[in-house]
Design a protein around this ligand. Structure first.
Ligand SMILES: Nc1ncnc2c1ncn2[C@@H]1O[C@H](COP(=O)(O)OP(=O)(O)OP(=O)(O)O)[C@@H](O)[C@H]1O
Ligand SMILES: [Mg+2]
Length: 238
């Protein structure tokens, strides 16, 4: 579904992503792991068209989308829940969700989507008319994810959905990802919570200093104490 071939992202002299090739098949959950500054956000921002690709090719559903605009990519079915759950704090929960669906021309479909996610995230229903900035961190994360889902993406890229959340909320977010996976959604999951991410993912990539250090079955990375300790600072299966 999504295929990156030798993709590089440069910010002036900073080589954030260096010749990374990666693929996500339909229905897969793929974890993209790596320490701070590894280039994870840069990579998915390039896929979304938020930062320019310096070289390489990005294909989505068989089409070359390397230079497509973010709006075009949303229309094609790529969704992102950005790092730091960037909800619009001064807008209500309802307005944030409506913005997520702004590319969807059919009013009935928009209403159907809204009903679906309000059922999936009951807290958003309770806080519907409240400003997003007044929500707790975990609630804002749920809003960020559902806003992204409102565009009916075929693939979602979640950038550190569990960052900064209390363990009980982290658990809820991972339950939600499992639910999305069960519904057949294709997911590229960026996480520093490596063990949880690997237990839900089918395959995994490990990025360090802009380069891939591992690609393969999530379980194999989970079982590799060397890689996990070296790059992630955590032991895998012990
Ligand atoms: N707009 C920018 N201009 C210059 N350098 C940048 C910019 N954005 C990111 N970088 C640099 O690119 C590298 C990769 O950053 P990136 O945000 O992609 O890493 P990351 O893996 O998402 O890290 P984290 O886990 O901390 O979110 C870092 O060295 C960072 O300082
Ligand atoms: Mg990041």
């Amino acid at each position: 579904m999504l295929e990156l071939e030798s993709v590089s992202v440069d910010y002036g002299a900073v080589k954030a992503v260096q010749s990374v090739s990666l693929r996500v098949e339909e229905g897969e959950v793929v974890a993209l792991l790596g320490p701070n500054g590894a280039g994870k956000t840069s990579l998915i921002s390039a896929v979304m068209g938020i930062v320019p690709v310096s070289s390489g090719t990005i294909r989505f559903a068989g089409q070359d989308v390397t230079f497509a605009s973010p709006e075009d990519k949303v229309r094609k079915g790529i969704g992102i829940s950005p790092e730091g759950r960037r909800v619009f704090s001064n807008l209500t929960v309802a307005e944030n969700l409506q913005l997520g669906a702004s590319a969807q021309p059919d009013k009935a479909v928009r209403a159907e989507q809204l009903a679906k996610y309000l059922e999936m995230f009951p807290i958003l229903k309770q806080r519907y008319r409240q400003k997003a900035g007044t929500l707790s961190g975990g609630e804002q994360q749920q809003l960020a994810i559902s806003r992204c889902l409102m565009s009916r993406p075929r693939i979602v890229m979640l950038d550190e959905p569990s960052l900064g959340l209390a363990p009980v909320i982290v658990e809820k977010i991972f339950d939600l990802i499992a639910e999305l996976k069960a519904s057949g959604l294709t997911i590229l999951l960026v996480e520093q919570n490596a063990n949880e991410a690997l237990s839900i993912a089918d395959r995994a990539y490990l990025l360090h200093s802009g380069r891939l250090r591992f690609e393969g079955a999530a379980q194999d990375l989970f079982n590799s104490d060397d890689l996990m300790t070296h790059y992630m600072g955590v032991g895998g299966a012990q």
